[in-house]
Design a protein around this ligand. Structure first.
Ligand SMILES: C[S@@+](CC[C@H](N)C(=O)[O-])C[C@H]1O[C@@H](n2cnc3c(N)ncnc32)[C@H](O)[C@@H]1O
Length: 240
């Protein structure tokens, strides 16, 4: 892939695109509520336990909110490279004031801010790892492993790609069935929707490749803990 065609930063740092994204957030969050709660349930903490987790590519904080909600003594660090997304998130995060902070971090670099604690209890990513080129996905997983305390968990909720045209057609047919407007939206994208879509699919890769990155980083207990068509939640822990 020609890296000059990578529009990711321009997309997520555009006031206009972030405003469109935020306008659709409520509906998206309703549709994703069950998997977000499930991701929180997968974390092996007692309900009253104190722990700190990092949400990378946190955006407006949907993943963090599900965890903060389930574990009332948890604390979140939300990292993103888009001041526009973090600005939009401050309003959404208000119910959790005092239990979270945003930090600026560009995951496309391997340079983690000093503000990230050395031994985190958990790291989560949701709907953002697919924006990174493969070398950075692999690098990021190794960096996450290094920033976890022994026994700490990493979970990723993200789309995957299939090489099999029959599987691809099945995903599309069922998605269209679940959202009667999907086919028409696909055929009639505005230029802004097309740009967001192109950015969405640019670096989506097969599931096995991603699980292999986790294995080579040293994670154990790796599994695809949830899957619905192209969307998965996978993860693992740093050995204790
Ligand atoms: C589709 S949104 C998902 C936001 C949130 N995690 C969620 O699940 O609702 C993708 C997020 O990843 C962030 N992002 C994309 N590339 C990034 C990078 N290189 N470094 C940090 N954040 C990035 C974007 O700014 C955006 O907030």
């Amino acid at each position: 892939m020609d890296q000059s065609a990578d529009t990711n930063a321009a997309i997520w740092q555009s006031e206009e695109i972030v405003a469109t994204w935020a306008a659709g957030a409520r509906k998206r969050e309703r549709n994703e509520a069950a998997q977000r709660r499930f991701m929180a349930v997968l974390l092996p903490f007692g309900e009253q336990e104190r722990f700190t987790f990092l949400d990378l590519g946190a955006g407006t904080g949907a993943a963090s909110r599900a965890i903060l909600d389930l574990y009332p003594r948890s604390t979140a660090i939300l990292a993103d490279f888009s001041s526009q997304m973090m600005g939009a998130g401050e309003g959404e995060m208000q119910p959790f004031a005092g239990r979270y902070r945003y930090i600026e971090f560009d995951m496309s670099t391997g340079e983690w801010p000093a503000a990230v604690p050395a031994a985190l209890d958990a790291v989560v990513t949701s709907m953002c790892v697919h924006h990174l080129p493969d070398g950075r996905k692999q690098g990021l997983f190794a960096e996450i492993f290094d920033h976890l305390a022994p026994g700490g968990w990493y979970l990723n909720y993200d789309p995957v790609r299939t090489e099999d045209p029959v599987v691809h057609a099945t995903w599309q047919r069922v998605n269209d069935d679940e959202d009667p407007e999907a086919a028409s939206k696909r055929l009639h994208r505005t230029p802004q929707e097309q740009a967001s879509y192109d950015n969405h699919i640019r670096y989506v890769i097969p599931l096995d490749q991603q699980l292999e990155y986790l294995r080579s980083a040293g994670f154990r207990g790796i599994d695809v803990y949830w899957k619905h068509l192209e969307n998965v939640i996978y993860g693992g822990c740093r050995p204790g």
